[in-house]
Write a new protein. Structure first.
Ligand code: ADP
Ligand code: ASP
Ligand code: MG
Length: 424
């Protein structure tokens, strides 16, 4: 019997009615002759609400307790979905991440799955049950503590289980019809794509397209697993994220540009008046890495001849911004810079497409589109299949729409549908 893994996101499980609707879909899949293993996220914006609650009782809650709190969200969903299935006369068994055998490292809040031992799931499936697993959570191999996988982590749970169970299909159900050429909440004319390569989806996810968590796409690539992203609110065919084509063999049907992603989660620090001597950059970025902060873009200007000094700018997650500024400020005398500037009102736009490798002029069209829209570019970075620019945060939505149009990505078939969710 085919084995289907399905994941339902929070927007598909927002209230009792939604849970009943999802239960009906799951039962239908079972009735169609499949074994079904379902991964669920927390209902609606529960995870955000739990984070706010934690913040209200403590500005810096212990990571262990935060994970204990957040995993409760997915536990609620798994039990409620199981109950709704029972109410439809079918039998379901729910399991926490730990019970499902999702083994992680011990990094609370951003744990990595290192092994999956799904013995209890295989047994429950063999016994004829539908299995419901709480996403986003696991148990640390070393500390035996409960961990969470990072925001959007249920996507990764689904792919990891699909790989471990050798599933025939891995379906990610969400509140839009699939992967679009841009976030349909910002670009209503965005077009749904039928297929996208895993490599392009990785760049989209890394550039802020949260429709799939980056780790989940990486995991699927490692296990050569296709993912079907689709809506739980419609029966339309979604988007297939397919594993790499054979090395050196291009997908001739693929468009040059896969899509435009945006990210509002970063801030920019400029270290002004850094001595332009060997070791200056090393000293700054050693200090930053000691704070466990991940840097994204870096720009260093040519130094002024008169002063022999230069400016170094870099972007980092907003959440780490104040910590990094404080660390630099504390080390000001030793590092020998003049001043610091901090800007958390920036936005990053990324254009992604494997066709960039063989088509020159992509950057020129991008920069011209931004110029025509009167949008200033503050930083630029590129990879083989991506060009990213930092702009003023208030102008980011306009920038995304302008670039989407300039690359001919607008749909001629009417507006994209966003079925639910708050976009949080
Ligand atoms: P879920 O609760 O199902 O996990 P998410 O909110 O995490 O859903 O992800 C779905 C959302 O991702 C969509 O509602 C959409 O706003 C956003 N999104 C961003 N970029 C894209 C894109 N390129 N294609 C589709 N959705 C996107
Ligand atoms: N509930 C978690 C979150 O909101 C995990 C998920 O939805 O995938 O990030
Ligand atoms: Mg998600």
């Amino acid at each position: 019997m085919p084995l289907v893994v399905q994941k339902y996101g929070g927007s598909s499980l927002a209230d009792a009615e939604s849970i009943k609707r999802v239960a009906r879909r799951i039962v239908d899949t079972r009735k169609a002759g499949n074994q079904v293993c379902v991964v669920v996220s927390a209902m609606g914006d529960t995870t955000d609400e739990l984070l706010e609650l934690a913040d209200a009782v403590s500005p810096a809650p212990p990571q262990r307790e935060l994970d204990m709190l957040l995993t409760a969200g997915e536990r609620m969903s798994m039990a409620l979905v199981s109950m709704a299935i029972a109410n439809l006369g079918d039998s379901a068994r729910s399991f926490t991440g730990s019970q499902a055998g999702v083994i992680t490292d011990d990094a609370h809040g951003k744990a990595r799955i290192i092994d999956v031992t799904p013995g209890r799931i295989t047994q429950a499936l063999a016994d004829g049950h539908i299995v419901i697993v709480a996403g986003f959570q696991g148990v640390s191999q070393n500390t035996k503590e409960i961990t969470t996988l990072g925001r959007g982590g249920s996507d990764t749970t689904a792919v990891a289980l699909a790989a471990a169970l050798d599933a025939d299909v891995c379906e990610i159900y969400t509140d839009v019809d699939g992967i679009f050429t841009a976030d349909p909440r910002i670009v209503p004319s965005a077009r749904k794509v039928d297929r996208i390569s895993n490599e392009e989806m990785q760049e989209m996810a890394a550039s802020g397209a949260k429709v799939l968590m980056l780790r989940c796409v990486e995991y699927a690539r490692r296990f050569n697993l296709p993912i079907h992203v689709r809506s739980s609110f419609s029966y339309r065919e979604g988007t297939w994220v397919y594993p790499a084509t054979v090395e050196g063999e291009d997908d001739v049907e693929a468009p040059i540009i896969a899509g435009v992603a945006h990210d509002r989660s970063e801030a920019k620090i400029t270290v002004v008046g850094v001595k332009d001597t060997p070791g200056s950059a090393a000293a700054i970025f050693t200090l930053i890495s000691e704070q466990q902060v991940n840097i994204d873009m870096i720009v260093q200007n040519v130094s002024a001849v008169a002063t022999g000094r230069t400016d170094v700018s870099f972007t980092l997650p907003k959440a780490d911004g104040q910590r990094a500024v404080q660390a630099l400020q504390d080390a000001k005398a030793g590092l020998g810079f003049e001043s610091l500037q901090y800007d958390d009102q920036i936005g990053k736009l990324s254009l992604v497409g494997s066709g960039m490798r063989s088509h020159p002029g992509v950057s020129a069209t991008l920069f011209q589109a931004l110029a025509d829209a009167g949008i200033n570019i503050e930083m630029i970075s590129t990879s083989e299949i991506r060009v990213s620019v930092v702009t003023n945060g208030d102008l980011l939505d306009d920038a995304v729409r302008a670039v989407h149009t300039a690359f001919g990505l607008d749909s001629s078939e009417g507006e994209a549908v966003v079925y639910g969710g708050t976009g949080r």
